[in-house]
Design a protein around this ligand. Structure first.
Ligand code: FES
Ligand SMILES: [Fe+2]
Length: 396
């Protein structure tokens, strides 16, 4: 049996105890869950190296040669659209002396390493390497960047280092009937931004998955039109995701179907779905817009956030002054993000306080309860000394 540190065993025991309570009696997770270096290392191995993560949307890279970069733990990755229109992902590490090849988001006809100019095509094949003629037996055509498993689902790109992971379409099959009516793959890309916030990744996931804080922390922005009592949750619990639905009242500036939207009917014209695909991909899918986040931990107390939004096609088409609208919307979401940053960095500091402990949850925090069950399923791998962990019967 692999040796497990006493620290990890102790934190997992706390997670077990916390996750055992039903939602009505549940508390927030204990502070050690956010400050344990042993748990963080375990999360990298058992969660981030094994799960599907989303670097963005296919619409972010619409043309051959468009790319965006991401990382899975210490593995830099870039996704690129090939000449055949397919999106593929590759190790973002040069095959020569391991320089990172591309940064951020962009377009290129060839990927040229900034160190010694080894040059790759958008299918990851090495095309040329200067001054290598005196290296006998070296043929650029023998070399290709390692490809990383990539799947598309409803316009999202998902990648994983785990060749055994079930297909995204299978994992998310029960979510499809909820979201497909919106046709979110057609939503028009408007903006993405990358940030680093000083908090633990789980605190950010928990913050973005619940609507309990909206009327308070976001009272000056999105919380203003949010009737919390109308929040809905599925009866069933799912292994790979959770979600809630909420409505916007008729005075809302965002979140209502455009008059020419013919896809959505009845209540769906003012209903948004907010899925969290575990561990770190979450979005608000509204009748008029799509707002999304993808997180990846940078360290125990730092998180990379990729934030983006897109507009329903009829909303985008109807804009008379598109640039002003997008600038105004960017400014609005910047304010929303500032509000979230303030609270998620605040609770991280709070979680490190000697007297801190997790308090009782509201019914509006159902997804946090789902999240702790998810963490237990992935992290309580049986490599610990205790055999007393609960077996949760959620099928993968
Ligand atoms: S490290 Fe890329 S060309 Fe040398
Ligand atoms: Fe928020």
């Amino acid at each position: 049996m692999p040796e497990v540190s006493a620290e990890l065993e102790s934190v997992l025991a706390k997670l077990r105890a916390c996750a055992a309570a039903p939602l009505e009696r549940a508390t927030a997770m204990p502070p050690e869950l956010y400050s344990s270096a042993a748990l963080y290392a375990h999360e990298q191995k058992e969660i981030f190296a094994k799960e599907w993560l989303s670097p963005g949307r296919a619409a972010d890279i619409p043309n051959p040669g468009d790319y965006l970069s991401f990382a899975i733990n210490d593995q830099p990755v870039f996704c690129i659209r090939g000449d055949d229109g397919q999106i593929r992902s590759f190790s973002n590490v040069c095959l020569h002396r391991m320089m990172r090849l591309v940064d951020g988001k962009g377009h290129c006809t060839r990927i040229v390493c900034p160190y010694h100019a080894w040059t790759y095509d958008n299918g990851g094949h090495l095309l040329a390497a200067p001054h290598m003629k005196k290296s006998p037996g070296f043929n650029p055509r023998d070399h290709r960047l390692p490809e990383i498993r990539t799947e598309l689902w409803e316009g999202w790109i998902y990648i994983t280092l785990n060749n055994q992971a079930p297909k995204v379409a299978d994992l998310l099959a029960p979510l499809l009937p909820v979201v497909e009516r919106y046709r979110m793959a057609d939503y028009v890309h408007c903006a993405t931004e990358d940030f680093v916030w000083n908090t633990n990744w789980k605190l950010l996931t928990e913050n973005f998955m619940e609507g309990y804080h909206l009327p308070v922390a976001h009272k000056k922005t999105v919380g203003a039109w949010f009737p919390a009592e109308e929040t809905g949750f599925p009866e069933q619990r799912f292994d790979a995701f959770t979600y809630q639905t909420f409505i916007k009242d008729q005075t809302a500036k965002y979140g209502l179907a455009h008059a020419s939207n013919t896809r959505l009917t009845d209540r769906w014209r003012y209903t948004s779905v907010m899925p969290t695909v575990f561990p770190t991909h979450m979005y608000v899918l509204a009748p008029d817009h799509l707002w999304y986040l993808s997180l990846r931990p940078k360290s125990l107390g730092e998180v990379h956030l990729r934030f983006g939004y897109a507009l329903a096609p009829e909303v985008y088409e109807s804009l008379e002054d598109r640039d002003s609208f997008i600038a105004e919307t960017n400014a609005f979401f910047d304010r929303v993000n500032d509000e979230d940053r303030m609270v998620t960095e605040g609770i991280y500091l709070g979680s490190r306080a000697p007297l801190a402990k997790g308090g009782r949850l509201s019914w509006l925090e159902r997804e946090i309860h789902d999240f702790m069950q998810y963490l237990l399923r992935r992290l309580d791998t049986g490599e610990t000394e205790s055999q007393a962990r609960p077996k949760l019967s959620v099928a993968r």
